[in-house]
Design a protein around this ligand. Structure first.
Ligand code: DHB
Ligand code: FE
Length: 288
């Protein structure tokens, strides 16, 4: 059976792609953020996942305001990136695993999630940047992916509670998949940021640190915030936190924090990286 070995939460700012393109990982501006991935690389080297289920939000490359699914799941053999207009290099494609995608889709629908299924799907910086951060280098990425997108762009947005439930259903789906695969679940976005309007540049370190703690220890506590409250506390794009909550929801076992980094700012955003190990829970233990 497939097994969830861990979860990663990471910021996905496009400027990271430009920094990678220009080899600026050791530059004083960038180093504190990129250094947060050393521990992730050591962990990946040790656990060697076969698949990454990537929960992200699309920023207009694949879906736009005219058609915006609340949740969409990719079921393609390959996911291409295209010029997104951020001045970042167009990324290599990611390989898919359609059979697992369909298994996740079937489980989500059984669990009453009305999702959009995408046999053709582009992926934007929210997926390509985390992939490049986790598996740097020129060759093909060593994992196949299942992309899942959550609408954080066009209101009404799904609630944080719904995102947590989506993650739980995804976790259940992965662990009932017949093939022996090691799976890492990635949530990408956040932490606090606002890209436009009078509060452009808004960052809330205190709230971000609270989120970093609650994602590990008490994700349900975060679901008590409405999206309006999250926007007030974390900025209008801070709602991308939803993807981290969904990632956490997919952790089926006892969660152990392996590492966490917080660095402000990366472009306009509070840069966060969180690595969780999903461990076998002791018998009778209550999860989450
Ligand atoms: C930035 C952050 C994002 O999450 C994004 O999708 C685009 C830009 C930024 O801080 O520049
Ligand atoms: Fe974003």
């Amino acid at each position: 059976m497939a097994r969830i070995i861990g979860g990663v939460g990471t910021t996905h700012v496009p400027a990271i792609g430009k920094a990678i393109g220009e080899g600026l990982q050791k530059d004083p501006y960038w180093a504190p953020f990129f250094n947060g991935f050393h521990e992730v690389h050591r962990w990946l080297e040790r656990v060697k996942p076969d698949v990454a289920v990537v929960i992200a939000n699309d920023h207009g490359l694949n879906f736009f305001l005219d058609k915006m699914p609340t949740f969409a799941v990719g079921a393609a053999a390959e996911y291409r990136n295209e010029d997104e207009g951020w001045g970042i290099p167009v990324s290599k494609s990611a390989a898919g695993i359609p059979e697992l995608s369909w298994h996740i889709i079937e489980t989500l629908v059984e669990d009453e999630f009305d999702i959009t299924t995408c046999q053709d799907m582009l992926v934007d910086h929210a997926i390509t940047i985390p992939m490049s951060l986790m598996w740097p280098g020129k060759g093909a990425w060593p994992v196949r992916i299942v992309p899942i997108t959550v609408n954080t762009v066009q209101h009404p947005l799904p609630s944080l509670s719904r995102a947590l439930k989506l993650g739980r259903s995804v976790g259940k789906a992965i662990e009932s998949y017949k093939e022996d695969l090691k799976v890492v679940v990635i949530g990408t976005g956040g932490l606090s940021h606002q890209l436009d309007g009078p509060r452009a540049g808004f960052i809330n370190k205190e709230f971000d640190l609270l989120c970093l703690d609650k994602i590990v220890n008490d994700p349900v506590a975060l679901t008590r915030y409405s999206n309006r409250q999250i926007i007030e506390l974390a900025g209008s794009q801070g709602v991308e936190l939803m993807t981290w909550i969904a990632m956490r929801g997919a952790m089926t076992g006892a969660v152990r924090k392996v590492s966490s980094t917080y660095h402000v700012p990366i472009s306009n955003t509070a840069g966060g990286v969180l690595l969780l190990s999903n461990e076998k829970a002791p018998a009778g233990a209550q999860m989450r």
